[in-house]
Ligand binder design. Structure first.
Ligand code: AMP
Ligand code: MG
Length: 314
């Protein structure tokens, strides 16, 4: 794939927005770092974000929107959210709030959690793109997993050229640090330090923030829930089927109840993963048996998630 270099002018925004609407990926500047953007409602686009970055895990992504009004469509708003957003948005602050029902967002964006991380970026190029696209954009930093976050378009092309459709070149990012993430689904909690100083947030709330020490959001306050695992048992690497089991297939397996990807495509399997697990679970089997999934590329993230689902319940 040739990665297009777009300029922040009318033609560039139109093209970037068109690519996003078609499920393609566009890197764009924010005031923190360059983000790797995809339509947050499109399962395949979000799966491709993980694939392009080579992420070994489906950790939840931050959704970027054009305004506070748009954010309220996706999350249950609170007084505390209102206070922080009215002071610090647009800006390098991400709020984690309860996800509303039927938002149309891909479950891959939230890693199937009942909460959503959302922010309104301040960078004029990010803002113009979000307004032109007129929809929610999921965007982690635009670098291969484990590499340094990019603050210039050239950093993005070094890491991701050939893996994404376009880079919107908006010059160097101002802050150069990721957004500060505050969880508000429970007691206000600092989930990740970043570009907005914690002191400013504490002053605005007139209280101290709790600090979440693990970088695993699945263990963050308010995140443990029935969403963590299906109510059916899970058996991995199944090549046969017991009486109390239903098969969630991958590749050319004949008798599967559902199939993550009959053609063995890992991106399609990732896009289907949470949808299929929910649908199979609703059928009420004692155990969902799952075909072997190759442990490469997105298969590593799929297997990581399935191992968690198969782990003994707390
Ligand atoms: P990145 O994808 O590099 O921008 O990082 C996004 C950060 O947001 C990660 O540290 C995630 O763990 C965190 N995050 C996103 N969504 C949630 C959520 N629902 N709950 C807790 N943390 C989240
Ligand atoms: Mg990152």
């Amino acid at each position: 794939m040739d990665t297009e270099r777009l300029l922040p002018d009318d033609a560039g925004y139109d093209r970037a927005s068109q690519i996003l609407h078609k499920g393609g990926l566009v890197a764009f500047p924010t005031e923190t770092v360059y983000g790797l953007g995809g339509d947050a409602r499109n399962d395949m686009a979000v799966a491709r974000i993980f694939e392009a970055k080579g992420r070994p895990r489906f950790n939840p992504l931050i959704v970027h929107v054009d305004s506070l009004e748009t954010a309220k469509r996706y999350v249950t708003w609170t007084d505390t959210a209102d206070r922080l957003a009215s002071i610090f948005w647009p800006g390098p602050l991400t709020l984690v709030l309860p996800l509303k029902d039927d938002t149309g967002l891909s479950p891959l964006v939230t890693a199937d959690l009942p909460t959503l991380a959302i922010r309104v970026p301040e960078h004029p190029v990010a803002n113009a793109l979000l307004r032109r696209f007129n929809g929610p954009v999921a965007a982690p930093s635009a670098n291969p997993s484990g590499k340094i976050s990019p603050t210039k378009a050239d950093h993005v092309s070094k890491g991701l050229s050939g893996r994404i459709e376009a880079i919107l070149d908006g010059g160097a990012c101002g802050v150069g640090l990721e957004s500060t993430i505050v969880g508000l689904a429970d007691t206000p909690t600092l989930l990740r330090p970043g570009g907005l100083p914690i002191e400013a947030i504490e002053a605005a709330l007139d209280t101290t923030l709790e600090v979440h020490k693990s970088d695993d959001p699945l263990s963050a306050p308010g995140q443990m829930s029935s969403h963590y695992a299906p109510s059916a048992g899970i058996r991995l690497n199944a090549t046969d089927l017991a009486d109390n089991e239903m098969l969630l297939g991958f590749g050319a397996v004949g008798e599967a109840t559902m199939n993550l990807s009959p053609s063995g495509d890992l991106t399609e399997a990732a896009a289907n993963l949470f949808h299929h697990l929910h649908m199979m679970d609703a059928l009420g089997p004692e155990v969902i048996a799952i075909s072997p999934i190759p442990d490469r590329g997105l298969g590593r993230a799929i297997n990581d998630r399935l191992r968690r689902a198969a782990a003994p319940r707390p």
